[in-house]
Design a protein around this ligand. Sequence first.
Ligand code: ADP
Ligand code: MG
Length: 244
Amino acid sequence: MANELLTVTHLVKNYGKKEVLHDINFTVEKGSVTVLLGPSGSGKSTLIRCLNGLEEFHGGQINFEDQTITPGFKKWQPLRQHIGMVFQSYDLFPNRTVIDNILLGPLKVQKRDKNEALAQARQLLKEVQLSEYENAYPRQLSGGQKQRIAIVRALTLNPDFMLFDEVTASLDPEMVRGVLEVIEGLAARKMTMLVVTHEMNFAKQIADKVLFLENGKIVEESSGHQFFEQPQTQRAQDFLSSMD
Ligand code: ADP
Ligand code: MG
């Protein structure tokens, strides 16, 4: 369908002999926010990492834009420019300034014009209220500031799809809100996103769709509203109660 950015069909993933993702099927519509929920160890990070080639998968396929990706796919490098990812741990280069961290991909990988990329980076820094940190080093920033920079760095590549894996999980509580607001701003601008989070109020607010994963299987797929108001499975009900 024209409105689908990503389709995952019968995806299977093993670690060694152990199958950790079983027959995963879902679609992500352009401009929508999908929230991936589930207990620790259910396979959320593994699934998200399969979607940008950080992990191999062993069965099924992924369709992203006009690419069909099957097990053994090797041409992730160009695709990753269209799929931005931000993790729980800050992965900024410690020996480079904020602006150098942000411009590395646009200049070295995308070979873009420096002034054009710089102008975009500065605009994004302004939007996350970190303009004055352009020449700072990561160690001079708080955890929340580093995550906002990591998001800006991903966005400066002009991705069509953003993956967020528990980006606030290791932040001090007072830092969480500022990072979530940046993601909410992206949702308002119709960035297509797949988000793993433990922040249930945030999830409830931004999810167009919820995928609830348990033991490597999607056990419930609902609209955001339906999932939080009337979860269909006992497992999802228990999960939501445990998050209160
Ligand atoms: P979640 O992100 O939902 O907490 P993960 O995707 O990290 O779950 O883990 C899913 C399952 O895969 C767990 O059983 C975990 O122990 C296992 N697993 C994760 N990473 C590896 C790895 N690198 N090697 C072997 N098993 C792994
Ligand atoms: Mg995880």
